[in-house]
Design a protein around this ligand. Structure first.
Ligand code: ADP
Ligand code: MG
Length: 730
């Protein structure tokens, strides 16, 4: 069989990627085959092509209904007949199921995607017995292992099901997460210990890894994104609430961003995803619900607002950057408090699951705090060696670019290994450190471990130092963290040899993240209050507002309102761009009325030799919710206010209040489509004139009082004020 010709014919590709050809041969020869390849490596083709070439139907077990549909569509796209691929899952009705079954019986279908739940049904198994099955492929096979990051119990019964159909069917497993532990679990569970194993390198040399302490997070985030203006990126957050908050903070600061999480209806999710793929927005802020099966080649940065629950997850998410081989900057923000939060969430889960979760988290912490090559650390985690001096992608992380201090640590390593030997290889890292630093607690005393020779022998170094030494000796294979016993430290042969004959060992000292981290929420709040206001400048600006208003023939509140002036007297903006970042000032307002203000402020700064914070000015979001973004988007789509209110389960008054906040913060909205329907023209003119000529403070209350005798509803007044402020002030 000419595989290259088949590849060209069915998929239009000229060459196989990586080990694809060998893998496909193995499947065609009927061998059990295990494929471990990073995301985007081209796993699908490894079962698609043999399925098309072999007699009978291949069953593909896949965890997500949405992914199945994509896959079926893509295979059909290469074929003349739709019946070449089908899926069978709970989303099909009876009639649709019958069509699928008819096509299967007729032998038309080469690939059938099933959910493990479907495969678990007796009638499915009985039906499959009637067919010729070429092989079963288990995609996303890490779901089998509870050490995989998305364990699915139904996945554990797949082998049983296959046996129920026919014991002789070859099995294929595919995954992008293969720590040695997960790999072993998969093979054991699927009864494929003798399988041909193909493991591609997980190294992604074009990705740059960086971890920063989570301080002044919003500011760091905005600066990072602004430095990459117009480039595509993903920001991952752990909670839906944070997703909405951050998307809003970015939007308010002039970055085109949209939120994405499973709490939105499917229409909104699809729309936001498409806008990202089509580059109508640059940044998508999302929970991990976003990204599976997304293949945008030019994602230039992946930011983790919070450290994820496991390095498997982290690696998959960062793997979405730089797929085209170009730049891909992976930046994660680390705060140990986030880890504690994650630990708290696990309480209430079964004990074994908690243990697993905690160990996965420990690895995340180790990664965040490590001072060694991050690429080496990650690849070690996935069971791969990496040469941090000459390997592809050496120097592509923060620790390489900005090296941590090092010292000769041979004697410390020796002490550590001695201690582990003295404890007869029964203790975990934390306990070993307690012994070395001589912190005797009752457990240590009851075991008599306070009397061993290494007790307290390392107390001149702090626990953090010891943690770093343990990590580095583990990665250097002097130690082994035994996963079956949840992390008990064991000596390797090399480790035992080191005790006999110590060698030089360079210890790299860690970052000290924990002490630097503080609460990032502080920034948002203090900025909003305009804490350290320059009173003298404020008075100058107030006067200036009055005179600019007079010159422009508008009331002063149209020019700038008080909170804006206070913010200016705090931030000292001296360019129009900086001015547009002030509370209540948008681009439009800055251009319209700003010139005189930056000039005055510039002069004032110079005269008084004021040292401005050259830092980026972050515009804060006063009401931190996704509601504003939602309303702005829907007004853009000319959706009536009452419908918006209904969709968000809000009253019309509340929606108007939100719109007023939007307008008062300097953003233009165009409600003409609604106002022209709701208010007749004469009334519109009268109210507009009132705001222009008679209003003093420009508030709704004032208008209600002034226009008392006329026949205006509060809603009409509020709508016209919004229109007026949008057109004249912003
Ligand atoms: P994985 O499942 O490993 O994450 P996919 O199977 O989705 O990866 O493949 C990733 C991308 O690589 C797809 O766009 C696919 O069309 C492409 N691809 C796969 N094999 C080849 C090949 N031999 N030549 C060119 N592109 C390929
Ligand atoms: Mg895949």
């Amino acid at each position: 069989m000419d595989l290259h010709a088949a590849l060209k014919k069915h998929f239009g590709f000229d060459a196989f990627k990586g080990d694809q050809e060998e893998i496909i041969k193995s499947v065609i020869e009927g061998k059990d085959t295990f494929v471990i390849m990073p995301t985007g490596g081209g796993k699908s083709l490894c079962y698609q092509l043999p399925a098309l070439l072999l007699e009978g139907t291949a069953i593909i077990v896949s965890p997500l209904i949405a992914l199945m549909k994509n896959q079926v569509d893509s295979i059909r796209g290469h074929s003349e007949e739709d019946h070449v691929a089908h899926f069978l899952n709970s989303s099909l009705n009876k009639a649709e199921q019958l069509i699928v079954k008819d096509d299967l019986r007729a032998g038309f279908t080469k690939l059938l995607f099933v959910a493990p739940e479907t495969l678990n049904k007796k009638e499915t198994i009985e039906f499959f017995r009637e067919l010729t099955i070429s092989f079963v492929a288990v995609d996303e096979a890490h779901c089998i292992s509870e050490w995989g990051h998305d364990f699915r119990p139904e996945y554990r019964r797949i082998k049983e099901m296959i046996k129920g159909i026919n014991d002789q069917i070859p099995v294929m497993a595919l995954t992008a997460t293969a720590t040695p532990k997960v790999q072993g679990d998969i093979q054991k569970n699927l009864g494929m210990s003798d399988a041909m194993v193909y493991k591609a390198s997980f190294n992604r040399p074009n990705l740059f890894y960086e971890v920063r302490p989570k301080v002044e997070l919003v500011k760091q985030l905005i600066r990072f994104v602004k430095e990459r203006q117009g480039k595509s990126g993903i920001v991952y957050c752990l909670s839906r609430k944070k997703v909405e908050e951050i998307a809003e903070a970015l939007t308010v600061n002039g970055i085109k961003a949209l939120p994405y999480h499973a709490g939105f209806d499917s229409g909104t999710r699809a729309r936001n995803q498409d806008m990202f793929l089509n580059e109508d927005v640059d940044v998508i802020v999302a929970t991990i619900a976003f990204g599976m099966g997304i293949d945008k080649p030019d994602v230039r940065f992946v930011i983790h607002h919070d450290m994820p629950k496991s390095l498997e997850g982290y690696y998959q998410e960062t793997g979405r950057g730089g797929r085209d081989g170009g730049e891909g900057h992976c930046l994660a923000f680390y705060d140990y408090k986030d880890i504690e939060k994650l630990e708290k969430f696990m309480q209430g889960k079964p004990i074994a699951e908690q243990e697993v979760g905690r160990i996965l988290l420990e690895e995340v912490v180790a990664y965040a705090e490590t001072a060694m090559s991050r690429r080496k650390f990650l690849l070690h985690y996935f069971g791969e060696e990496f040469d941090e001096v000459n390997g592809a992608g050496a120097n592509m992380d923060d620790n390489a670019v900005n090296p941590r201090p090092r010292e000769e640590g041979s004697k410390w390593v020796k002490l550590l290994l001695d201690c582990i030997a003295e404890l007869k290889e029964t203790a975990k890292a934390k306990y070993v450190i307690e012994i070395l630093t001589g912190r005797g607690n009752s457990q240590i005393k009851s075991f008599g471990h306070d009397r061993i020779s290494t007790f307290g022998a390392g107390k001149e170094r702090d626990p953090k130092f010891w943690m770093a030494v343990i990590r580095q000796t583990t990665v250097s294979k002097l130690l082994n963290k035994d996963i079956e016993t949840y992390g008990v430290l064991k000596l390797t042969t090399t480790g035992k040899a080191f005790i006999e004959n110590p060698k030089s060992f360079t210890v790299i000292l860690d970052h000290d993240y924990i002490e630097r981290a503080e609460d990032d929420n502080l920034i948002l709040n203090t900025k909003a209050q305009g804490s350290a206001m320059d009173e003298k400048l404020y008075q100058l600006l107030k006067e200036l507002t009055r005179s600019v208003a007079k010159d422009s023939d508008v009331p002063p509140f149209v020019v700038f309102q008080e909170p804006s002036l206070m913010d200016m007297a705090n931030q000292y903006p001296i360019t129009l761009e900086e001015l547009a970042n002030i509370q209540g000032v948008g681009q439009g307002k800055a251009k319209k009325y700003g010139a005189a203000f930056i000039e005055t402020i510039g002069g004032y700064v110079e005269e008084n030799e004021i040292e401005r914070a050259q830092d980026i000015i972050v515009k804060s979001v006063i009401n931190k919710s996704g509601t504003k973004v939602y309303i702005i988007q829907n007004i853009d789509r000319k959706r009536p206010i009452d419908e918006i209110a209904k969709a968000r389960d809000m009253s019309i008054e509340d929606v108007l209040t939100e719109i007023e906040n939007i307008v008062d913060s300097g953003t233009k909205v165009n409600l003409d489509y609604y106002i022209n329907d709701a208010i007749d023209e004469d009334k519109q003119d009268e109210l507009y004139d009132y705001f222009m000529e008679d209003a003093e403070t420009g508030t709704v209350e004032e208008a209600m009082k002034e226009m008392d005798d006329e026949d205006y509803s509060e809603e009409e007044i509020r709508l016209m004020r919004i229109k007026f402020m949008s057109e004249v002030a912003n």
